[in-house]
Write a protein that binds this ligand. Structure first.
Ligand code: PLP
Length: 430
């Protein structure tokens, strides 16, 4: 595999961009080697500047659930662009997408569009604080909610990978209002709640976390959180930036039947353009400016091009529930194939899997929270990643990520992935 153009571009990029990338995990530091510079993508494939083709299992970290360069979304964007790219004034399309989101996501009665998942979570916490008149909030160890100051405390994925989970620049004053709990541990929440009576505004979590690798909620865990929050007047926020429109059209909340007070969305919602959103119960969302006193704004929020892409994506998912059956089938085939290979080779690993998300952990222990995820052999993962890449399969460049499957994965491509996986596992153990 020749990657000389990518290498040259990376060297040049480092002169002008910190670390050569606009988001840290793209730099491949956790897996070694240089990052690939991408020229284009189509369907199940991504192509680097040296014209190598790779089967995609990250899909832009989730958004490309229908595969890359989807003609329907592309047409919607081109059509919208013919009328201008930004107005800074309300448009009919914003009502259309807001209405659609409220019909798709069970907890959302009103919604505000923003430009990223980071903005969505920062805003949701501010609104929950304004609504309750309380300052503190609970976050789970290893969960990622974007790069807002108050979330950069045990923040999973990029932060683990970079080895500095507590970022310089986040003040002690900010950090003291973020209470940390291990995931899947209701006792720990009860203790925090008892020690901070009537001081906790919100509990935010990824209902099915994907940012410490994929981890599943234990039976009764989400129900338990819902009960505690109801009892204590705490705003329960599901960060479904990753899981929204992916695990089901209504996200994890639909799949598990647990309705949070607020929900944050991103990734798929923009169809590949930069979009986020937060929404929830009417009475809470009525606190948002200009309806209420909590300020939140955005020059490019609800941008007409971004809304056209998002609407096209969401309308399709809403009208084609069979997408989820198809994605679950693809997920099952890949994970079952992996398990067959692992058994055949006599290797012990943990695979966590739900629908079109999975993580293969290089540990034989059960992975149910951040501490157990960290038992994984990250050096071995790095070798596995490189081996898969050389066999033409593009994985997330860190052990602590979920993979995101798309409907573009045909049976033929799935077989190629399974063959590459078996060969890679064999290779890294020799
Ligand atoms: C990706 C992600 C975010 C941050 O979204 P950005 O658009 O990258 O700012 C927040 N929460 C979760 C769960 C995410 O996966």
């Amino acid at each position: 595999m020749q990657i000389s153009k990518s290498k040259a571009l990376f060297e040049k990029a480092k002169n002008y961009i910190p670390g050569g990338v606009n988001s840290p995990v793209r730099a491949f530091r956790a897996v070694g080697g240089d990052p690939l510079f991408i020229k284009r993508a189509d369907g199940a494939f991504i192509y680097d500047e040296d014209d190598n083709a790779y089967i995609e299992l990250i899909n832009s970290w989730g958004p490309m659930i229908l595969g890359h360069n989807n003609p329907m979304i592309r047409e919607a964007v081109i059509k919208a662009m013919e009328n201008g790219t930004s107005f800074g004034a309300p448009t009919a399309r914003e009502i259309e997408i807001a209405e659609l989101i409220t019909t798709m996501v069970p907890s959302v009665e009103k919604v505000r569009m923003v430009n990223s998942g980071t903005e969505a979570t920062m805003s949701a916490i501010r609104v929950a604080r304004g609504f309750t008149g309380r300052d503190k909030f609970i976050k789970m160890e290893g969960h990622y909610h974007g790069h807002g100051d108050s979330f950069l405390i045990s923040a999973g994925s990029g932060a683990i990978t970079m080895g500095n989970p507590d970022s310089p620049g986040v003040t002690k004053g900010t950090a003291k209002d973020t209470l940390l709990a291990p995931y899947n541990d209701l006792e720990a929440i009860e203790k925090l709640v008892a020690a901070n009576k009537n001081e906790i505004a919100a509990l935010i979590l990824e209902p099915v976390p994907g940012n410490m690798g994929l981890v599943l909620p234990k039976e009764g865990y989400l129900e338990g959180l819902r009960k505690i929050c109801d009892r204590e007047g705490i705003v329960l926020i599901f960060d479904e930036v990753m899981t929204g429109f992916r695990l089901a059209k209504g996200g994890a909340q639909e799949l598990f039947g647990i309705i949070p007070d607020m929900t944050t969305l991103g990734k798929i919602i923009g169809g590949g353009l930069p979009v986020g959103a937060y929404g929830g119960r009417k009475e809470i969302m009525e606190f948002v400016s200009p309806a209420g006193p909590v300020y939140q704004a955005g020059t490019l929020s609800g941008n007409p091009i971004a809304m056209a892409a998002g609407l096209s994506m969401l309308n399709y998912l809403n009208e084609h529930p069979e997408v989820y059956t198809e994605l679950n089938g693809i997920g099952d085939k890949i994970v079952n194939g992996f398990k067959t290979s692992l058994d055949k080779l006599g290797l012990n690993y943990t695979i966590n899997h739900l629908g079109s998300m999975y993580s293969l952990f290089f540990t034989d222990q059960e992975v149910f929270d951040f501490a157990s995820a960290k038992y994984s052999d990250t050096a071995l993962f790095g070798k596995y990643f490189q081996s898969m890449l050389h066999k033409g399969v593009y994985l997330a460049p860190s052990q602590f990520e979920s993979l995101f499957l798309s409907t573009a994965l045909s049976d033929d491509l799935i077989n190629k992935i399974l063959a590459a996986n078996e060969a890679a596992l064999l290779e890294i153990h020799n």
